[in-house]
Design a protein. Structure first.
Length: 535
């Protein structure tokens, strides 16, 4: 059978290295990955291994956003991990190179690596270049926010259509420090991808070369017996959280790093984000809350100079192993600093925020925790009246219709991992709030999650989720809610006896799906506070 797919007699003496491609035409993030997979295969062959390319799925978060289809997004992370494990296990492949682009296939690939524990290297597909609209750089989030501007009468039909056509000019993952670029950076900081590979353009000589070098690196790891769990230590996860914090990265990093740690059997909790966030500042001025796109970080030297700064400051563990076969400190030894005069990455003396932006909240609305993204620009405390919605679509309609006003806390519930099911991202409603000019005046809380493109006063991952009878299910219109990032609390401001009375009246809801992948996921999935894992 292997002769039929191209093996020669000599190939049977070589180690077989799986090259997992997440190529797909459903999203620009992955449309070029078939080419990168072939470069990775060439790298494997050049190092003396035998490459075998296979594929797995991807879905587009951006295209499914705001629809029922978004419920499949987080589910796809598990399907991807399961499918890679299945192929590698069934075919007995010796090592793995996995190439991901869109948000969920990256952690999906790494979860599979951690489970299999066979020598492995991750390759990021790379970032998209900015589009141009009315003389300024734009990206996909510009379009989501323009929908709110259009609804408010600030943007014409023609201008919105023009923006749509120019926001995504080619292949690559969404262009800000959104979830794809966040997770690529986190995976590099974990040590599972080659140095500076997270900050490269999707269509570039650098990315093609990175893919080929990753193939060769997988063969060297196999020869040296270095496996993912030798790399995925607690120190490595500390490094990933530190880098995500310094970059101002996506809240999804909390969910995905918890899930990867679970697969690697490393003890990690939401409280580790608090511990590290107390001492690590936000240094990168990147979208969504900052000025610049990933392409500007690539232009000034990528992630490695920032990591070297963090190492020299004593904020990274330099003694951890990486896929180069060397320690992180050795990888960074010859790295040059950013050029003088750049302001994409600030110095420690002038941070964007002096401590972390990923704030773990607890309180009577989130006994098991919630995740807030507080850049500092939206303030650190919000008190408002609840406007309650049991589905994302209902909330979005109210926002676009102008029924949400200053002082409201939009509550979107029954969107958690089990209740959704699938824990949809709330980019559509949060972008509509920003587009209508309410970013400083309206907060949004949910047991769902957020796109990396979300900014504003937002709290997600509220656990227990409403479907499980969490306190979010008991909120009523007009209740006062307090979000306090300094005290790290999320509070429903009613007496405990009233909350208890509401709980006695609450009744569980029937599952929204009873068959198929969403129903299976809802039965298996853990809470958001433990990474929404199914294993």
């Amino acid at each position: 059978m292997l002769h039929a797919v191209g093996f020669t007699r000599d190939d049977f003496q070589k180690s077989q290295v799986g090259v997992c491609s997440t190529w797909s035409q459903v999203t620009p993030c992955n449309v070029h990955i078939d080419v990168l997979a072939r470069h990775a295969a060439d790298g494997v062959a050049g190092a003396g291994g035998k490459p075998i390319i296979f594929s797995t799925i991807t879905v587009s978060d951006g295209i499914s956003m705001g629809t029922e289809g978004m419920k499949y997004s987080l589910v796809s992370r598990e399907v991807i991990a399961d499918s890679i494990e299945t192929v590698m296990g069934a075919e007995g492949l010796d090592a793995l190179v996995a190439i991901g682009g869109c948000d969920k296939n990256m952690p999906g690939c790494v979860i599979a690596m951690a489970r299999l524990n066979r020598p492995a290297v991750f390759v990021y597909g790379g970032t998209i270049m900015p589009g141009t609209f009315q003389g300024r750089a734009v990206d996909i989030v510009s379009v989501f926010e323009a929908v709110g501007q259009h609804a408010a009468g600030k943007l014409s039909d023609a201008a919105l259509a023009d923006l749509e056509q120019h926001a995504c000019p080619g292949a690559g993952s969404c262009g800000g420090m959104y979830t794809a670029n966040t997770m690529a950076s986190a995976i590099e900081a974990l040590g599972l991808s080659l140095p500076n590979s997270s900050a490269q353009a999707a269509i570039s000589d650098a990315k093609r070369d990175d893919s080929a070098r990753a193939g060769a690196a997988a063969v060297r790891l196999l020869e040296r017996g270095i496996r993912p769990r030798d790399i995925l230590t607690k120190k490595a996860f500390d490094n990933a959280i530190t880098v995500v914090t310094a970059l101002g990265g996506s809240t999804n990093a909390v969910l995905h790093l918890l899930a990867i740690a679970h697969a690697a059997e490393v003890r990690l909790s939401m409280d580790d984000f608090t511990r590290i966030g107390r001492r690590v500042p936000v240094l990168a001025d990147l979208k969504p809350s900052g000025k610049y796109m990933m392409a500007e970080l690539v232009k000034i030297g990528g992630l490695a100079p920032l990591m070297k700064r963090l190492l020299e400051r004593g904020l990274l563990h330099g003694d951890v192993m990486t896929v180069t076969g060397q320690t992180l400190a050795k990888n960074l030894r010859e790295v040059r600093d950013y050029p003088p005069g750049q302001d994409v990455v600030r110095g420690f003396d002038a941070p964007i925020k002096k401590d972390g932006h990923l704030v773990i909240l607890r309180g009577n609305l989130a006994p098991d925790g919630a995740v807030a993204k507080i850049s500092g620009k939206e303030g650190e405390r919000f008190v408002g009246r609840a406007r309650v919605f049991d589905r994302e679509e209902a909330a979005l309609s109210a926002i676009l219709a102008g029924r949400i006003t200053k002082g409201d806390v939009v509550v979107i519930r029954y969107e958690g991992p089990r209740g959704g099911p699938g824990m949809r991202e709330m980019l559509s409603p949060t972008s509509a709030i920003m587009g209508r000019g309410l970013g400083a005046d309206v907060a949004l809380i949910t047991d769902g999650r957020f796109s990396g493109g979300t900014h504003g006063f937002v709290v997600g991952h509220i656990t227990p989720e409403a479907f499980d009878g969490g306190p979010l299910a008991l909120v009523k219109n007009g209740d006062t809610i307090t979000i306090d990032a300094r005290a790290r609390t999320l509070t429903l401001d009613i007496p405990a006896k009233d909350l208890a009375a509401r709980r006695r009246k609450w009744r569980p809801r029937k599952p929204r799906y009873t068959r198929g992948v969403l129903a299976k996921y809802a039965k298996l999935v853990s809470t958001a506070s433990s990474g929404a894992v199914t294993d």
